[in-house]
Design a protein around this ligand. Structure first.
Ligand SMILES: O=C(CO)[C@@H](O)[C@H](O)COP(=O)(O)O
Length: 240
């Protein structure tokens, strides 16, 4: 596997903006064979995506700091931790996952002021910070976060459940988010990401709606030819 300097917050800042970025969601790996799957995907991953869930903000639990620390030792690629947790624990969880090796922490806009404090903490601790929106939350909820984040992620499915189809709301919401980023003067500085419902037929639609990264679950882990899959993904144009 490749070694430094591919990982780290600087690797987040250096992600290419002229092609679609492939985030690989480790929730969709074979969880009993994580090391084997990491070795297989590592040459193709632009950014690892790790879903953290507290079974309160979400239906169930997902990932924890010791596991992320172990994963961070097995890859040279940067790690994006998506914190799906209640507001009262978001700051402490931000600290713990950065200590474990996260390069980018995204918190939910629904966490409100606590989410904003977590974003500031992530940056103080030397990581990049992002904001995520549940599918049912008005897109305008990202506005207070825009001056302080480098990633905006929109969920295209209900939170915390794999294997769902993309909502019809996903593409219009990406277009709305980009307009808000432009209005805030941050369009060039913020990466717009689509998470959930990522399928062969939905990726071109999301790309055309302005997504700059997509979070691949089964589309990546179920594909025997990742070289071909990533060549296809990297070649998709914004204007379809
Ligand atoms: O967060 C999510 C889904 O909301 C992803 O991180 C999952 O990994 C997606 O898995 P698939 O449904 O694409 O198989």
């Amino acid at each position: 596997m490749t070694t430094k300097p591919l990982s780290g917050p600087s690797a987040i800042a250096a992600l290419p903006r002229n092609r679609l970025i492939g985030e690989f969601s480790l929730w969709s790996a074979d969880l009993a064979n994580m090391e084997r799957d990491l070795k297989r995907i590592d040459p193709y991953v632009d950014l690892h995506h790790i879903d953290v869930a507290d079974a309160r903000f979400t239906p169930g639990f997902l990932f924890f700091p010791d596991l992320v620390a172990r994963i961070a030792k097995l890859t040279a690629r940067p790690i994006h931790v998506h914190l799906m947790v209640e507001a009262e624990i978001v700051e402490e969880q931000t600290r713990q996952f950065i200590e474990a090796g996260a390069d980018l922490i995204s918190v939910h806009a629904e966490n409100g002021e606590a989410g904003l404090r977590a974003v500031r903490l992530a940056r103080e601790l030397g990581a990049e910070a992002g904001v995520v929106l549940r599918l049912e939350t008005p897109v305008a909820a990202v506005t207070p976060f825009l001056p302080e984040v480098t990633f905006v992620t929109l969920l295209g499915t209900s939170i915390g459940v794999k294997g769902q189809s993309l909502s019809d709301k996903a593409c219009p919401r990406l277009i709305e988010a980009r307009a808000l980023m432009r209005k805030a003067g941050r369009e060039a500085d913020i990466v717009l990401a689509a998470d959930g419902g990522i399928r062969h037929e939905t990726v071109p639609l999301l790309r055309a709606a302005g997504a700059e990264t997509v979070v691949l679950g089964s589309l990546a882990f179920g594909d025997p030819d990742l070289a071909q899959r990533m060549a296809w993904l990297h070649g998709l144009k914004v204007a379809a």
